[in-house]
Design a protein around this ligand. Structure first.
Ligand code: 13P
Length: 252
């Protein structure tokens, strides 16, 4: 059975001290009141990974970076490699977030290099995809997302694909308070699962966790997570408040 996952993406927020405090609060709440069958992931800035990894119960909380270098090591000033990330205790990498694609020109070619390094190192990529508002308004969101997948994760072998998590995040719903309707989210996730079934097999498609992200909150998580193809969420703003994040985890 595929995993239910609720992953926080803290983005460029919190100092190390604030991040550790937040992680400790989440840890406490998850241990005492959190749904036991949900995988909880904290996606922190690079600078926080090690301290956060050391302040939570690693049997219960997983740690993600929000990016990684496209090279394994060497003269790439300012970059953070997958093995460095792994050495902090993190075991997930959020990859291809629309903010990185848009503001830092992350192309499919770059993402493929990163994907290969993450998988080689045994970490789990949370691969993000999703369309802009203009594309949604034109009604071509399925074609757009298919192209993103065709150019990246659909190059993976079946064995590799089974190791990844996919997050569909429509750009128009990120940080806007404008969540995709439950039906829009379910439709896209079912569409992605259908693409995987057609390209690989139905059993592979059934194994892969696909998350929804974009203004997911304590008030809408329950309805979103009740859908058959929504296996959890990638949470931005609401992951910065421990109680809100817990409510989303308990949205199942
Ligand atoms: P918000 O939950 O703040 O809309 O952000 C979603 C997101 O981008 C998570 O990666």
């Amino acid at each position: 059975m595929r995993k239910k996952i609720v992953a926080g993406n803290w983005k460029c927020n919190t100092t190390v001290k604030e991040g550790v405090e937040l992680a400790k609060s989440v840890n406490e709440l998850v241990l005492t009141r959190g749904a036991k069958d949900v995988v909880v992931v904290l996606g922190t800035p690079f600078t926080h990974l090690n301290s956060v990894a050391e302040s939570v119960d690693r049997n219960r909380i997983q740690i993600a970076s929000q990016n990684c270098a496209a090279e394994s090591k060497g003269a790439f000033t300012g970059e953070v490699s997958v093995s460095m990330i792994q050495s902090t205790g993190a075991n997930y990498v959020i990859l291809g977030h629309s903010e990185r694609r848009e503001y830092y020109n992350e192309t499919s070619e770059i993402l493929n290099k990163k994907l290969a390094l993450i998988l080689e190192q045994g970490l789990i990529p949370i691969y993000c995809c999703g369309e802009a508002l203009t594309i949604r308004e034109a009604g071509t969101q399925n074609e757009f997302v298919k192209q993103q997948l065709d150019e990246t994760i659909f190059y993976l072998t079946e064995e590799q694909l089974l190791k990844i998590v996919i997050a569909y995040e429509p750009i128009w719903a990120i940080g806007t308070g404008k969540t995709a309707t439950t039906q829009q989210a379910q439709d896209m996730l079912a569409y992605i699962r259908g693409l995987i079934a057609a390209k690989y097999s139905k059993s592979v498609a059934e194994e892969i966790s696909i998350l929804y992200g974009g203004s997911c909150s304590a008030s809408n998580a329950n309805e979103l997570f009740s859908q058959p193809d929504i296996d959890g969420g990638l949470i931005g703003g609401a992951s910065l408040k421990a109680e809100d994040f817990l409510s989303i985890i308990n949205g199942y």
